[in-house]
Design a protein. Structure first.
Length: 145
């Protein structure tokens, strides 16, 4: 837990991190936790989150994000071994426009089955290469590595 991490008493995930709110914990260490989603979209739906309160991934350092996704991958492998789904989605939402319901960073690990009712609309639009290159240029210029 870093000095600048603020635990918010009204945040459900901070409450789980502080063991104020009960949860079905899969894993926890000093900085990270994985627990069963209370409103799962599929059996075995796990959330992986930092214990420190960050609203979105944009607020986190790159190395912290790396540790978060490394744990998410380990949890996905465990879900695979334990439940033998047909597939697994890792989903990480930032902001209400991107379906983030709880404003404390988390990664969804969602076991999938052929024929399940989960769907994401993915309206594909054709872009020509010049448009794509212009977008790539804008994003490259904004990269801070
Ligand atoms: Zn929180």
């Amino acid at each position: 837990m870093t000095a600048d991490s603020i635990q918010l008493p009204h945040c459900p995930f901070c409450r789980i991190a502080n063991h104020v709110e009960p949860a079905a914990i899969v894993y926890e260490d000093e900085g990270l936790m994985a627990f069963m989603d209370k409103n799962p979209v599929a059996e075995g739906h796990v959330l992986v989150a930092p214990k420190a309160h960050y609203e979105t991934i944009l607020d986190m350092g790159a190395e912290e994000v790396g540790r978060l996704f490394a744990l998410a991958a380990q949890v996905a492998k465990a879900v695979w071994r334990a439940l033998r789904p047909d597939g697994i989605n890792l989903l990480q939402n930032n902001g209400p426009a991107a379906w983030q319901a709880i404003p404390h960073v988390h990664v969804h690990v969602i076991p999938r089955r052929y024929g399940d009712a989960i769907s994401v609309r993915w309206p594909a639009r054709h872009k020509d290469l010049a448009e794509l290159k212009a977008l790539a240029d804008r994003i490259r210029e904004a990269l801070e590595l």
